[in-house]
Design a protein around this ligand. Structure first.
Ligand SMILES: *Cc1c(COP(=O)(O)O)cnc(C)c1O
Length: 372
């Protein structure tokens, strides 16, 4: 927290706006839309809710297909099933670790041949780095399929000068407790499609028709953000640039302190944008390092320090394994996502991580390399 949150919350209490709407919700939406550079925004109870509404706006229905990033958190994919549709998983590419335009191109070509184009493409911005939206958008345009940007991890990151959260037709942010800014729980749908946002607002507010009584012609959802949490979000948004700077400094220190160890490397920053370094991700090549990522995780765990493997790729998840997968590398059968998962470790990366704390982490990893 920044300290400003309580001022805004007090304002909400003093004005007695304790509802899932109110002046802080309106202001948070306006301020976020301005920051990201889109026409409008809809504050919601979670990023997952925003993804669900984006798929509804794309017209996803039972039996439809949706192309999704393979290397991501399951929340990118789950809403596909809420609408009774099926995912097709698209591998990562090595430059950004995000959705591979090569794999996407092959998936589109096959889908066209089968007469089963997807209703949407959902691309995630992994660990705070933008996907390569130039070629992705060109493919989506060629096939007339809308793009949804899952920028849940990427607030403050950019792609060729534009902000993450403004790169698809409908874009999603999350303010869950683990994200770069938080409302404890919350999310947002952002777009230049003002009519679409109005429709999503209607669905998110229990789909109440314009009538003097409670009348419903469609199924609705209770997905709005509370005015209290929007108050927290406004204070948090005020410090987003400081947060990005802090996370990037954490990343730079890890690279400086650990980069020389044998077999260790870090998630690259693609040439096309600014990474917000939400998480610092290291790759450990066990044959050269002599330790595995899980060994290092265990060594940190012993000191009560949490680190985590990368998101396990969606095509390897028991719940999703029946669905098609397109790998980046056409020739080989190895997936980029699986190879990153095998070698990767997410290190403690909080914006408030102090230098002495980080030094402790560094020392534990260093001694892990010497073999414990
Ligand atoms: C956190 C996250 C979500 C879900 O956001 P919630 O607000 O927790 O529902 C979706 N996609 C990705 C990539 C995420 O990291």
């Amino acid at each position: 927290m920044t300290g400003r949150e309580m001022d805004y919350i007090k304002e909400a209490f003093d004005s007695n706006w304790i509802a899932p709407l109110g002046p802080h919700v309106d202001a948070f939406e306006r301020e976020m839309a301005d920051y990201v550079g889109v026409s409008g925004a809809l504050a919601l109870s979670s990023g997952t809710a925003a993804l669900h509404l984006a798929l509804k706006l794309a017209g996803v229905e039972r039996g439809d297909r949706v192309f999704c990033s393979d290397l991501t958190f399951a929340a990118t994919v789950n809403p596909v099933f809420y609408e009774g549709a099926e995912p097709v998983f698209i591998d990562a590419e090595p430059e950004s670790w995000n959705l591979s335009p090569l794999a996407l191109e092959r998936a589109f070509a096959d889908a066209e041949r089968e007469g089963r184009l997807p209703k949407a493409v959902v691309a995630a911005d992994l660990y705070g780095q933008s996907a390569d939206y130039g070629p992705i958008e060109a493919l989506c345009d060629r096939y007339g399929v809308p793009l949804v940007e899952d920028a849940a991890e990427a607030l403050g990151a950019t792609y060729r000068g534009k902000k993450c959260g403004a790169l698809g037709r409908w874009n999603v942010l999350s303010f869950n407790g683990n994200k770069i800014i938080t409302t404890s729980g919350g999310g947002m749908l952002l777009s230049d499609d003002v009519e679409g946002l109005a429709k999503a607002r209607f669905w998110a507010t229990q789909a109440r028709d314009k009538a003097p009584w409670y009348q419903h012609s469609e199924i609705g959802y209770n997905y709005r953000m509370s005015n209290l949490l929007a108050a927290v979000g406004r204070a948090q948004l005020g410090v987003i640039e400081d947060r990005v700077a802090a996370r990037r400094a954490v990343f730079d220190r890890y690279v400086r302190e650990l980069g020389e160890l044998p077999g260790i490397s870090f998630m690259p920053e693609a040439s096309f944008g600014r990474h917000n370094r939400w998480l610092t991700v290291a790759l450990v090549d066990q044959s050269r390092a002599g330790v595995s990522p899980l060994d290092l995780m265990g060594a940190l765990e012993k000191e009560n320090i949490e680190s985590r493997p990368l998101w396990k790729p969606m095509h390897l998840q028991p719940v999703f394994e029946a669905y098609p997968f397109y790998s980046h590398d056409h020739e080989g059968d190895s997936a980029v996502s699986a190879s990153l998962f095998d070698r990767g470790l997410c290190l403690p990366s909080g914006s408030s991580l102090s230098e002495p704390e980080q030094e402790r982490i560094v020392q534990i990893i260093r001694s892990g390399f010497k073999g414990i």
